[in-house]
Design a protein around this ligand. Sequence first.
Ligand code: NAD
Length: 293
Amino acid sequence: MKKIGFIGTGVMGLPMARNVIKGGFEVTAFDINADALQTLRQDGGGVADNAKGAAQDADVVITMLPNGDHVLNAVFGPNGAIEGMGPQTLLVDMSTILPTVTDEIASRLSETGHRMVDAPVGRTSRHAEEGKLLIMAGGETADVEAVHPILECMGDTVIHCGPTGSGARVKLINNYMSIACNVVTAEALTLAERSGVDRNLAIDVMMGTTAGQGHLATTYPAKVLKGDVSPGFMVDLAHKDMGLALDFAAAMKTPIPMGAAARQVYASAQVQGRGRDDWTAILETVRTLAGLK
Ligand code: NAD
């Protein structure tokens, strides 16, 4: 595994491709935006006219593109990577895309005997520059091991999540949680500001409780993940407190829509007879709503 085709040299792809070059691999890149390729040329990378050209003679083709349609187009569209890939060339898609599109790409690749690793990344463009991304890889163990030295140029943490498609799934689940928590965090800080409380003091308080420390690090491992929903803090009390927070936010003219949605879930738990269970039993409520036993 020496020659890499790199398709998509944007905010993330450019520093990632640079780090692959620094790691001693030969990189030939393609981007529909020619400007994005110029600096890579100065860093010792080759430049192709299209995805097919970037894939020619490559052991591995990496895609780092905005969305699933872009990956489908770059791989299967006119002058797409598939036209340049040899029988053993492996596709590594590092974009954040819909996991069902990852499945579709893997399935279409298998028609020509090609395999794929999905390896989306966590963290930011700064980490991409520093080669310190967190990479969630999905694929056959042998394929993930084969591309490991390349992934290590771009990230300091590589987690093999399971078969092809599982990297994309874990990435999306991770993003779902952090993106949703971002809104709840903003709501809480806005409510603090609107109610005349010192925001930094509120942050200090919340960093000492589950609010700031997070359920995954505190309540879930101590309770519901162990199968224990005996009440520590009860669903009924959480429902009551969320009602107080919503009433207070209304008085402060502060919209907290995530809180309003959350209260409905606590109400559902009560309807399911979980009012006197621990508040982490919300996991069981949501699992039930999703049809899980
Ligand atoms: P970007 O828009 O900066 O870069 C995408 C590049 O792809 C662009 O240079 C564009 O010209 C090129 N491109 C689009 N279609 C193409 C095609 N058919 N062939 C060749 N090149 C094509 O986006 P980005 O920030 O680098 O993000 C890339 C992926 O990484 C996205 O899926 C994003 O969600 C994910 N991601 C981004 C971050 C971040 O902090 N920016 C963090 C983690 C993951």
